[in-house]
Design a protein around this ligand. Structure first.
Ligand SMILES: [Zn+2]
Length: 342
């Protein structure tokens, strides 16, 4: 089985975007604020939006199951207040749940949280628990910077985030550390802000003792871990300067990297530098980089071919990257699969 741990509903019917525009208009003029019930999307529309896009590509490329969350750049936690984020997250999560119901063999949910700048993360717990208990979601996306590129929240190691971590541990759900749209002109959303955040999250964990407080807390750092694998020596050296344990013991029981690195040399480096137990297959397909690489003739986000081709994996270790590690990192996913005899 090939499990893609990083997929977003980037192809949702246009009505969703229209509803969101209306909601944003409603922030300035309350008379324009739509109700959640005003959004009407039928199952046929959902089915079509998946069959023509993600599912078509999954079948063509040979992946089986995607951990599916709302579109990351649309989370835009910096827009409006908690009430705005709360309604928006509930709508987006419900759509991913419905996709997982329509295609249970191919999609299982991960929740977007109703984060809002300056608001206690504790407020996200009801939506988190609803998604886990009612929707069978197996993970969350945690935005370390709800301000959208201004970094006004405390680091991930701060006690500010602990109420969420307690719930993650209790429910055995990992968090993909995933920012959203940048509203800071200095940082391009997917080219800079995403990769900055991946690197920043890793370093926040490195300088702290977060995983002493939460030995079973798990973070998936997407986009191949940002700059981390490429600069592994720097991070090892910094940990040494800070008198931290070896990274293997300090962070690698808790931090995992996905394979959303869109070229062969990147996957070769990732698989050479990072222990195989810490690498999870992912494509983030139909995401930030949708084109075809003229050097190969294949889509940049067709990441399976890079994992297949890298000389640093054999049959056993490739199986870990494609399936085994995901079952370990996402215990609720493993249990859902086992309950279906898989
Ligand atoms: Zn993503």
């Amino acid at each position: 089985m090939i499990i893609d741990c990083h997929g977003h509903y980037t192809t949702a019917p246009k009505a969703l975007e229209s509803w969101r525009s209306q909601q944003i208009a409603g922030i300035a003029d309350a008379a324009l604020m739509p109700r959640a019930a005003d959004l009407k999307i039928g199952d046929d529309e959902l089915r079509e939006s998946i069959e023509a896009n993600q599912l078509r590509l999954m079948k063509a490329r040979g992946s089986d199951l995607t951990i599916f969350s709302p579109r990351a750049s649309f989370m835009a936690h910096h827009v409006g207040d908690f009430a705005v984020s709360s309604t928006w997250a509930a709508i987006c999560n419900e759509l991913c749940f419905r996709v997982s119901q329509l295609f249970p063999e191919h999609f299982i949910g991960a929740a977007m949280l109703p984060q809002s700048p300056g608001v206690d993360p504790r407020t996200c717990i009801p939506e988190l628990e609803r998604c886990v208990k009612e929707y069978g979601f197996v993970a969350i996306n945690l935005n370390p910077d709800p301000s959208g590129g201004h970094w006004t929240s405390p680091p991930l190691s701060d006690r500010h985030w602990y109420p969420l971590y307690e719930k993650m541990v209790e429910h055995e759900i990992p968090a993909m550390v995933h920012v959203s749209t940048s509203c800071n002109a200095c940082f391009h959303t997917t080219g800079a802000h995403y990769l900055n955040a991946d690197t920043t999250a890793f370093m926040q964990c490195l300088t702290s003792d977060l995983f002493k407080d939460f030995p079973t807390l798990r973070f998936v750092i997407p986009h191949g871990g940002g700059a981390v694998p490429y600069h592994w020596g720097r991070f090892r050296g910094l940990a040494q300067e800070l008198k931290k344990p070896l990274l293997q013991d300090h962070l690698l029981n808790n931090i995992f990297f996905d394979t959303c690195v869109y070229h062969q040399p990147g996957i070769d480096l990732l698989t050479q530098v990072i222990p195989v137990d810490n690498i999870l297959f992912a494509s983030e397909m139909i995401g930030a980089v949708r084109g075809i690489d003229p050097e190969t003739g294949f889509h940049y986000d067709d990441t399976r071919r890079f994992v297949d081709a890298t000389p640093h994996l054999d049959a056993d270790t490739r199986h870990k990257v494609f399936e085994g590690n995901a079952r370990r990192v996402y215990p609720r996913l493993d249990r859902a699969l086992k309950s279906r005899g898989l």
